[in-house]
Design a binder for this molecule. Structure first.
Ligand code: 13P
Length: 341
C-alpha cells in the first residue's frame, strides 16, 4: 500500500469548491428514477443519460472532483465508442466504483439490514483498479424506528465497512466509508444525532481494529437532521450546528475529508445545509458533497429521455454542481438559485 498516494487521492476528492457526483444507482434504483420521468430503463438509455452528465464540461471540470460509477457503467462506452470512464478522466475528475452488492435482511434482527459483497471483493477491486477506478464506495444502511437500530446491526455493518476499507487500501483504492442513518422516520434531530454518534463511534472503532489508514479514506455520512415525517423540522442553522458538533466529536482529524450523502433532502436544502456548515469557522477536514439525488433530480427532469433535451439536462446539472461547489466554500446564497431558473 502506498499511503502517500491514497492520501493524495482522498484529498483531491474533497478539494475546496468541488465534490463528488454519486452516479452509482443500481439497476433497481435507476429504474425507479427513470420511471418517475417516464423513461424506460434500458442499457442504452442508462448509457445516454450518464454520458450526458459526464460530457457536461463546465460542471465536470470545475465542480466535480470524482464520480461514483455502478459496475455496468464502468464497462460501458459512449455513443462514439469512448469508454465512459475516459470521459471522466478527460474532464479531470477521478473515477470511482460502488462495490457493495446491496443489502440483505439481518438474521435475528427484524426490520434491519446488513450490506453484503465482501466475498471475492479483492479480485473485483483488482479489475476495477486496472480499468481506472481510484476510489470505491460501500454503503451501510441503519434505520431508526421503534426499538431499532440494534447494537447488532450497528456492529455487523461497521465490521463489514472496515473489512471493505482494508481490502480497498490493500488494492491501492481509496475507500469511501458510508454508514447511512436514514432520514425516513418520524424521529427528531436529536435522535438522529444520538444514533449517528453511536454508528460513527463503532465504525471508527472497527476501522482502527482492522488497521485501516485514516489518512487514506473519505467518510460519507448523513447529516444530523430531522426525520422526514417528524412534525418539528430543524432549521438550516440547527442542522449545520449539530452536524458539525457531531462530526468534530466522532471523526479524527487524520481523515482527509467528509463528503455528505443527500439522503432525500430537497436539492436546495442539501446545498443550504452544506453552505451553513462552512459559515461556522475552520474545520479539521475537507467537507463537501457526494450527492446522488440532490445533483441529479433536476437534470433527470430536464432531460426526460429526449436527445433534444441534452443541452437543457447539462445546464440543470451544471447549475446544481455550481451551487454545491459554492456551498462547499460557504459562498452560496439562495438568490443565486432564482437567477439561473
Ligand atoms: P443520495 O445523495 O441520493 O442520498 O445518494 C448518495 C449515495 O451515494 C447514497 O449511497
Amino acid at each position: 500500500m502506498n499511503l502517500t498516494e491514497l492520501n493524495r487521492i482522498a484529498t483531491a476528492m474533497v478539494a475546496s469548491g468541488k465534490g463528488i457526483l454519486a452516479a452509482d444507482e443500481s439497476s433497481g434504483t435507476i429504474k425507479k428514477r427513470f420511471d418517475a420521468i417516464g423513461v424506460e430503463s434500458t442499457e442504452e438509455n442508462r448509457r445516454d443519460y450518464r454520458e450526458m452528465l459526464f460530457r457536461s464540461k463546465d460542471a465536470m471540470s470545475q465542480y466535480i472532483s470524482g464520480v461514483i460509477l455502478y459496475d455496468e457503467t464502468i464497462w460501458q462506452d459512449a455513443q462514439d465508442g469512448t469508454p465512459l470512464i475516459k470521459l471522466i478522466e478527460q474532464s479531470g475528475a477521478i473515477p470511482g466504483i460502488k462495490v457493495d452488492e446491496g443489502t440483505q435482511a439481518l438474521p435475528m434482527c427484524p426490520g434491519e439490514l446488513v450490506t453484503v459483497g465482501l466475498d471475492k471483493l479483492a479480485e473485483r477491486l483488482k479489475k476495477y483498479y486496472e480499468r481506472g477506478a481510484r476510489f470505491a464506495k460501500w454503503r451501510a444502511v441503519i434505520d431508526i424506528g421503534s426499538g431499532i437500530p440494534s447494537m447488532t446491526a450497528i456492529s455487523v455493518n461497521a465490521h463489514a465497512l472496515a473489512r471493505y476499507a482494508a481490502l480497498c487500501q490493500a488494492a491501492q483504492i481509496v475507500p469511501i466509508v458510508e454508514p447511512e442513518v436514514l432520514m425516513d422516520g418520524d424521529h427528531d434531530i436529536d435522535r438522529c444525532y444520538e444514533v449517528t454518534q453511536r454508528v460513527l463511534d463503532k465504525t471508527f472503532q472497527e476501522l482502527r481494529v482492522q488497521r485501516v489508514a485514516l489518512e487514506g479514506m473519505v467518510l460519507k455520512p448523513n447529516m444530523a437532521i430531522s426525520g422526514k415525517k417528524c412534525a418539528k423540522q430543524a432549521s438550516v442553522e440547527e442542522v449545520a450546528e449539530k452536524t458539525i458538533r457531531l462530526l468534530k466529536a466522532c471523526v479524527p482529524a487524520a481523515v482527509p475529508g467528509i463528503a455528505f450523502l443527500s439522503g432525500g433532502q430537497s436539492d436546495e436544502e442539501a446545498t443550504a445545509h452544506l453552505n451553513a456548515m462552512h459559515k461556522l469557522g475552520a474545520l479539521p477536514w475537507g467537507l463537501t458533497f457526494s450527492y446522488g439525488r440532490a445533483l441529479q433530480a433536476a437534470p433527470q427532469k430536464a432531460w426526460s429521455g429526449k436527445a433534444e433535451n441534452v443541452a437543457a439536462g447539462q445546464r440543470a446539472f451544471s447549475h446544481r454542481a455550481r451551487m454545491n461547489g459554492l456551498a462547499s466554500k460557504g459562498e452560496w446564497q439562495s438568490s443565486l438559485e432564482q437567477k439561473a431558473a
